[in-house]
Design a protein around this ligand. Structure first.
Ligand SMILES: NC(=O)c1ccc[n+]([C@@H]2O[C@H](COP(=O)([O-])OP(=O)(O)OC[C@H]3O[C@@H](n4cnc5c(N)ncnc54)[C@H](OP(=O)(O)O)[C@@H]3O)[C@@H](O)[C@H]2O)c1
Length: 348
């Protein structure tokens, strides 16, 4: 009898089910959205592919929801950095999707934190494969999902919330009474950022485009700035902290908007701007007494904190959608137009 999974860690009845599964060719297949060349969302296709098989250190998850991140967009289009990561001429990993939530279906023999039936979520960046019915993940990429959190909410959290937490708390050392500005505030990171900032009693200004400002006010931003009408770096106001999602200005413009000893933190933007941030940081600190910091994402580090906030009613997850798996190209187009409010979620 051929067994594909390491079932030694499963209780006997589940072991039996697993063997049944492995003898059914139809159950070794799954639906996934795949791409074979870099390009626009038009290159994404719904296909039947091989169901993945977990190795000894992996968990097989039946995916219930996934969300789109900026990194998926970069991998789809194949910009320079993402071609280095996923193949110069064509994508090596053919299924995108890093943020997922689902139920554990099987575990490898070395897995001890999870068991079949557990509801889990996490960011599978580096491995990807989330826009599919099943995906395999390392234990360390997953956290248990609180029962009260829906799969859609859970899938929206990992990457954007980690960037917000690590930007504001780890790098920014946010403190009560400060004035914070979030640039690119109406997307995934910004909407987690405002909620974390409010727990610290901070006055928050959000910058984004016209269509997102009402939603941002409803999420608790004290002030909103429409970047199509006003340049915050020239309004004469200084901020103790700036969290930047897009890095659309020069480091000198950000330094101008910081109060003395203020901290600017970028989570992403063009490579040129990020290099500029790293190169100029020591000079701006020396001459202007202002600090420039860059977040390098530590995936899934603070999911336990997210669970705590969610369970105590302090975290609201803003979902755009949900879309069905077969609507993923449409969801990506929506993401590409930056028309989304919060996180675009796909249900599977
Ligand atoms: N540091 C790391 O290790 C790491 C890892 C993964 C991802 N990232 C980065 O994290 C970021 C993800 O952010 P996210 O999920 O919040 O993205 P998002 O959901 O796309 O939100 C970005 C927001 O910025 C707005 N925006 C665009 N141009 C702007 C401008 N000139 N001024 C102000 N706002 C502007 C967009 O709306 P409009 O277009 O309507 O204006 C959108 O609401 C990306 O930059 C990604 O590269 C970093």
């Amino acid at each position: 009898m051929q067994t594909e999974y390491s079932t030694s860690a499963l209780p006997e009845p589940l072991n039996f089910i697993q063997d049944e599964v492995c003898n059914r060719p139809d159950l070794k297949k799954m639906k996934a959205i795949v791409y074979h060349k870099y390009g626009t969302p038009d290159v994404l296709e719904l296909k039947e592919t091989e169901k993945p098989v977990p190795d000894d250190n992996e968990v097989l998850i039946k995916v219930h929801a996934a969300s789109i991140n900026d990194w998926d967009w970069g991998l789809l289009h194949g910009d320079f950095i993402n071609r280095i990561l996923n193949g110069l001429l064509k994508p090596k990993r053919k299924v995108l999707g890093s943020d997922i939530a689902g139920r554990v279906e099987a575990i490898g023999k070395n897995v001890n934190q999870f068991k079949p039936g557990d509801e889990v979520y996490g960011d599978l960046s580096g491995q990807w494969g989330g826009f599919a019915e099943y995906v395999c993940a390392k234990e360390k990429s997953l956290a248990l999902k609180p029962a009260s959190m829906s799969f859609e909410e859970a899938a929206a959290i990992p990457q954007a919330a980690m960037l917000a937490v690590q930007g504001l708390i780890d790098k920014g050392k946010i403190k009560p009474g400060q004035k914070l500005l979030i640039n690119g505030a109406g997307g995934g990171v910004g909407l987690f950022g405002i909620q974390i900032a409010k727990l610290y009693g901070v006055e928050v200004t959000g910058v984004d485009s016209t269509a997102k400002l009402d939603m941002m006010r409803s999420m608790g931003f004290d002030h909103v700035i429409d970047y199509t009408k006003e340049d915050f770096s020239r309004n004469g106001i200084c901020y103790d902290l700036i969290l930047d999602v897009k890095t659309t200005r020069s480091m000198f413009a950000y330094a101008r908007s910081l109060c003395r000893n203020g901290v600017y933190i970028t989570v992403g933007g063009s490579l040129g701007r990020l290099f500029q941030a790293m190169f100029l940081a020591p000079w701006i600190r020396l001459i202007r007494k202002k600090h420039i910091r860059v977040v390098a994402l530590k995936t899934n580090k603070d999911l336990a904190y997210m669970n705590e906030l969610y369970e105590s009613g302090k975290l609201k997850v803003v979902i755009d959608g949900p879309y069905k798996l077969e609507q993923l190209p449409e969801a990506f187009r929506h993401f590409g137009k930056a028309a989304h409010k919060g996180k675009i979620v796909i249900t599977i």
